[in-house]
Design a protein around this ligand. Structure first.
Ligand code: P53
Length: 483
């Protein structure tokens, strides 16, 4: 049998420090924005919010699944599935407690060195996200996060430190997780201010503040690309967005244009700048339409131009439908980017519309637009899992979701798309980013912990574990292929 997956295809899974590690204040770690997120969602921008930890509140990320102390056991399980890549993030505040310190925290540096060595021992390449919503809170309260030009310098110091330390262990890097998620702050409906690390006051020009902060992030990306190529000559840096393609609800030309424009503003803009090296023409028009001028220094624009990313990474969970006349249609339920309901698709328990073909479409679309290698760094199915009387966890719904998506990935490879690898999100159950729940599970490995923090943290293999091991072992041969 043949397979469209290349021999060196990077099969694996992805987690983030703040959703997995726990140990939120151990070994010199400073507090990060994510440490203030309560059970369920919390709006850190609501009136009167201060970054103070309350005694009577359970913070799921403070202990998470204790990856900090159990990483060896967990990495061994990933290795059993045959992982060739593990995507994980470094918590900035483990390395620089307050973000603006002059000296790094050796214990934090040593922790990740041990984790990366453990991966390597099992033949797993680490793929490291440098910033996964985990800004040291001091940078938010003292400098207004990415709203401040100075933050670029603090970030550079952090990046220089980790590149120098891990240059022999880590070759694949992602600068910002879902950098486009910051646009949700425009409507004020994202529960946390982790993307731009800003506390936006009522009445400020949100549009101006947010895009200025995003510009500072783009400058930081350019510095990071340059640093990587200087310090780690065989290193590769990726841009990463949450890619949620929007389909026009009908063939009404107004719907077509609505969806086209939304797709650019919500996602493609962020890849256009990082992959092509310049702001696209439509963004300039968008700014002037909003009467906004950003402070963009010519030397920074030159840096952006000269230092484009090596690959384009994205998360893919769902698609959405959009219309210029949304009032005519029932609303979709997806928690963050909700559009209108697509009558051709079913959804997960959290309202995320399941669309495997949308992944083939996205791969072709993005490769066509950027002509750079792509990397699917998150894909997965958040679901309620139950343990049967015989102790088994039969998550056939997860297998079904992943199998259908991977089949479409295979077709995109046969279409000629250049794809470096594929990571499922949360190969082991972790805390949900959107809701802080444990019961929204993505794993091949079950973790005994509930929404209120009860449980032994014991790891249990689910049915899907065996399924994924077989997919990797056969390099995708056992997936259905196009006639
Ligand atoms: P949770 C929304 C839509 C698409 C991706 O999300 C998203 C979100 C945030 O809810 O975020 C990514 O845990 C993110 C991960 C996150 C994962 O999707 O809400 O990069 O940190 O855990 C899944 O189900």
């Amino acid at each position: 049998m043949s397979t469209p997956f290349p021999k060196d295809f990077l099969w694996g899974g992805a987690i983030a420090a703040n959703q997995a590690e726990g140990a939120y204040n151990e070994d010199g770690k400073g507090l990060a924005v994510t440490d203030f997120m309560e059970h369920g969602t919390v709006d850190t921008r609501k009136a009167g919010f201060t970054f103070t930890l309350k005694d009577d509140v359970y913070y799921p990320r403070h202990t998470a699944i204790d990856f900090y102390h159990r990483y060896k056991e967990d990495i061994a399980l990933f290795a059993q599935m045959g992982f060739r890549v593990l995507r994980l993030s470094i918590a900035w505040s483990r390395i620089f407690r307050n973000g603006d310190d002059t000296q790094p925290n050796e214990k934090g540096l040593a922790f990740y060195e041990n984790v990366f060595k453990e991966c390597r021992k099992h033949g797993i390449q680490p793929l490291v996200t440098i910033s996964h919503f985990e800004m040291p809170v001091n940078l938010v309260t003292k400098y207004n996060g990415w709203g401040n030009y100075e933050t670029i310098g603090f970030f550079e110091r952090y990046v220089q430190t980790i590149f120098t330390r891990y240059k022999d262990l880590v070759k694949y890097w992602i600068v910002f997780n879902e950098i486009n998620a910051g646009v949700n702050d425009l409507k004020g409906n994202w529960p946390i201010c982790c993307h731009t690390g800003m506390v936006l006051s009522e009445g400020c020009n949100r549009f101006q503040s947010i895009y200025q902060a995003i510009h500072h992030q783009f400058v930081a990306v350019a510095h990071t690309v340059k640093l990587c190529h200087d310090v780690i000559p065989d290193g590769k840096v990726g841009a990463m967005i949450a890619h949620i393609p929007m389909y026009p609800r009908t063939c009404d030309p107004d719907d077509i244009f609505y969806a086209f424009r939304s797709e650019r503003n919500r996602g493609l803009l962020f890849l256009d700048v990082q992959a092509n090296g310049e702001y696209p023409y439509y963004f300039e028009a968008y700014l002037s339409h909003q009467n906004v001028e950003l402070d963009r220094r010519p030397e920074d624009l030159a840096k952006i131009k000269q230092n484009t990313v090596d690959f384009v990474a994205f998360s893919y969970y769902m698609s959405m439908a959009g219309s210029a006349h949304p009032e005519k249609y029932p609303k979709g339920e997806g928690n963050i980017f909700s559009g209108i309901k697509n009558p051709y698709l079913t959804a997960s328990d959290w309202g995320w519309e399941i669309d495997p073909v949308g992944l083939r479409y996205s791969l072709n679309f993005l490769y066509d637009r950027y002509k750079k290698p792509l990397f699917i760094v998150e894909n997965g199915f958040g679901a309620h899992d139950t343990i049967d009387a015989d102790g088994a966890i039969r998550d056939d719904y997860r297998i079904d979701y992943l199998q259908k998506h991977l089949t479409e990935v295979g077709k995109a490879l046969a279409d000629g798309v250049d794809l470096m690898g594929y990571c499922t999100w949360g190969p082991i159950d972790i805390v949900s980013a959107g809701s802080g729940e444990m019961k929204k599970r993505y794993g091949f490995i079950y973790v005994d912990k509930d929404n209120d923090g009860n449980g032994t943290l014991e790891r249990k293999i689910k049915q899907s574990f065996h399924w994924y091991r077989r997919i990797i072992a056969t390099n995708g041969e056992c997936l259905e292929q196009e006639e």
